[in-house]
Design a protein around this ligand. Sequence first.
Ligand SMILES: Nc1ncnc2c1ncn2[C@@H]1O[C@H](COP(=O)(O)OP(=O)(O)O)[C@@H](O)[C@H]1O
Ligand SMILES: [Mg+2]
Length: 337
Amino acid sequence: MADKIKADKAPLLEVKNLQMHFPIYGGLFKKHVGNVYAVDGVNFTLNQGETLGLVGESGCGKSTTARAIAQLHTPTGGEVLFEGQNIAGKTGHELLAARQDMQMIFQDPYASLNPRMTAGNIIAEPMQIYKKRGMLEITKVQITERVEELMEKVGLSKHFRNRYPHEFSGGQRQRIGVARALSLNPKLILADEPVSALDVSIQSQILNLLKDLQIEFNLSYLFIAHDLAVIEHISDRIAVMYLGKIVEISRSTDLYSNPLHPYTEALLSAVPIPDPEVEKNRKRIILTGDVPSPDIQRPGCAFYERCPRAMDRCKKEMPVLTEITEDHQVACFLHEK
Ligand SMILES: Nc1ncnc2c1ncn2[C@@H]1O[C@H](COP(=O)(O)OP(=O)(O)O)[C@@H](O)[C@H]1O
Ligand SMILES: [Mg+2]
């Protein structure tokens, strides 16, 4: 019993100093001329049953973080502890075994679903892979039953089993992606902008589906989005990412009511407020330009170039994530204790 309590309290996922530096090769002889520091020292934990939102503009390193966690990219540094076991660098059979309880959902369901496979086969594929390797005992009939059950769970008729991805709408295609991710009964789903490619009217349907499934199956989510509007209601905690690093992390309610990092404030400025009076009088921080290229490691704060409140030292010194109030950490000299 004591062991059980301890196990329940241990984080499901613990990411420690994760780095994903892609080498750049150039010149006539394709020499190694530098790196893209896409993910550069990311730390966070994710608890059982929790949703952690990961937010930041396009190019900040969110997808690379998710892919490096799932080992779709082998991280160049750091650890990915899943249920206490470091899976970073594992490959083949060993990786499949360690990662069975971790699945991904991708942004563009059209690009991520094989157009030549039927919906039923797409959903069954993870089970087939594990069955083939002797890691899952399941009969052909049971797979068919499971596919039908999953289709109904995600709101698709089982009679659509033999249809191809192009015969479904965008929202339905993402439901296929969700069913596939659920097929092995995972504990953690890494959802990389699962609604960004969908019409606004469809987004909330998919978000509601994910929330319902979370409760039914006690799922944990790492939920990636490029703006704060989408993840407000689904996230328990939110991590804000900028140029390969987490600059602020806190409980979701705290982040919206009391953002500490100027980058978080800027992201919040872009979220519309439904009350026109409040909307008219609010102070906005407009972000200009794009995220700078991550092909150099800056000595100071990554946000320095675009920060409206930058100070001299921000260019030279790197602020580290520091706890300001309980469960609220920020990497910014404005909040130094
Ligand atoms: N395979 C790769 N090789 C080189 N650079 C990459 C690769 N994948 C991503 N990048 C770069 O890493 C940075 C972060 O990309 P990404 O993780 O896709 O950001 P996000 O998902 O936040 O939009 C970008 O500058 C991107 O160009
Ligand atoms: Mg991305």
